[in-house]
Design a protein around this ligand. Structure first.
Ligand SMILES: *Cc1c(COP(=O)(O)O)cnc(C)c1O
Length: 366
């Protein structure tokens, strides 16, 4: 061969497709395709970000010490076992890369987060999908898919793109059924949207069990998606292994300072959670009224709703109709979901307009 060839497991990757912010004809419209916070960012976090301009010539703190200590204090954790990442995306890759390689299997539920198969293939491991149960994580199906090659199991809770939730008891049952040498990675990108009574126990598992890692992000409720800041918690050995393969200066100074300030602004987080709960509930109620038109929202505990279109109005037409009206949502035919749309809960105005547009299109299609 007279040229360098990428490794076959790399060319086997289907590249990640980000949520769009423009229409087919290039118009910039309301972006409800990436689960960002419609209330923006905490003003305190913005101020901290701006202040970081004073030290642009200096490398960031490679250990993100102040950020890890703030996270540990906020959650009652050991700061030495908190690891920071360039978004939680990096941490998902690190956990996978530390525990899986050629000949190993990485397991997750069908309709799971699209980064899991990428993380698996990147390190030469085989991605394995377990069946879902009505779009939700099916613990029995996951356990039935475990083989002696399974090294890592990914579960997002709440799940993306379906918004479904795996309760504490089910998560514990999954862990109890896994072989002890299997790493369970619980991806809690939307954990801050959960009501306190919905605590799934994941952080407690990561605190006490030798094979559970939890990942979290500042991209969603904290409104810091642009800065790429995530964190993870787990057993010392796993965190140590992940540190060995992370990029040395993986979170910027501005990002570290903004994240600490965002963590301290509990009023903004509470307001974001309340806004989401209110308008997600309202939106799900509106979709329930369209049941006769074959439209159904999968029950969500995240900051988006996954809406199924199984009647005269199909998801692709709804997607294009919403785009024409100025709203970009997420249509995921490439993930085996040509019949659904993932719609971020936006502002009141956006949420009302999208529900009205779907109702109008459904009526037009009947
Ligand atoms: C958004 C999201 C992430 C990560 O986002 P980062 O911006 O990389 O922190 C991780 N997992 C799930 C399920 C998500 O939806």
């Amino acid at each position: 061969m007279n040229r360098p060839l990428p490794k076959p497991w790399i060319t086997a990757i289907s590249p990640y497709v980000p949520g769009r912010s423009t229409t087919d004809d290039g118009r910039k419209v309301a972006k409800l395709s990436s689960n960002e916070n419609p209330l923006g960012t905490s003003t305190q976090a913005r101020a901290a970000f701006a202040a970081a301009a004073a030290t642009l010539d200096r490398y960031p703190d490679a250990g993100a010490t102040a950020l890890r200590e703030a996270l540990a204090a906020a959650h009652g954790l050991d700061p030495a076992r908190v690891i920071h990442g360039t978004g939680s995306d990096e941490l998902l890759h690190l956990a996978c890369g530390a525990y899986a390689g050629a000949g190993d299997e990485v397991l997750y539920v069908r309709y799971g987060f699209s980064v899991y198969p990428i993380a698996a293939r990147r390190v030469g491991a085989e991605p394995v999908e377990a069946a879902d149960r009505d779009y939700a994580t099916d613990v029995d199906a996951l356990l039935a898919s475990v083989t002696d090659k399974t090294r890592v199991v990914f579960v997002a809770n709440p799940n993306n793109p379906t918004g479904t939730f795996t309760p504490r008891g089910e998560l514990a049952r999954l862990h109890a059924g896994l072989p002890a040498d299997c790493l369970l990675v619980i991806d809690q990108a939307y954990a801050e949207y959960l009501a306190p009574e919905d605590d799934d126990g994941a952080l407690e598992m990561a605190r006490t069990l030798p094979n559970v890692v939890v990942t979290r992000t500042f991209s969603k409720i904290f409104g810091l998606a642009a800065e790429r800041i995530g964190w993870a918690y787990g057993p010392a050995e796993a965190i140590d292994a992940m540190h060995r393969i992370r990029a040395p200066f993986n979170v910027t100074t501005a990002g570290q300072l903004a994240a600490i300030a965002a963590l301290g602004d509990s009023e903004f987080v509470a307001r974001s959670r309340a806004h989401n709960a209110r308008w997600r509930g309202w939106f799900e109620g509106e979709m329930a009224r369209l049941g006769n038109a074959g439209i159904r929202a999968v029950p969500s505990k995240a900051n988006f709703s996954f809406v199924l279109f199984e009647g005269a109005l199909d998801a692709e037409r709804a997607y294009r109709g919403l785009m024409d009206r100025g709203y970009i949502v997420r249509w995921l035919p490439g993930q085996g979901l040509p019949h659904g749309l993932r719609i971020t809960i936006g502002t009141e105005e956006e949420t009302r307009a999208i529900a009205a547009a779907i109702a109008e299109m459904a009526e037009g299609a009947a």
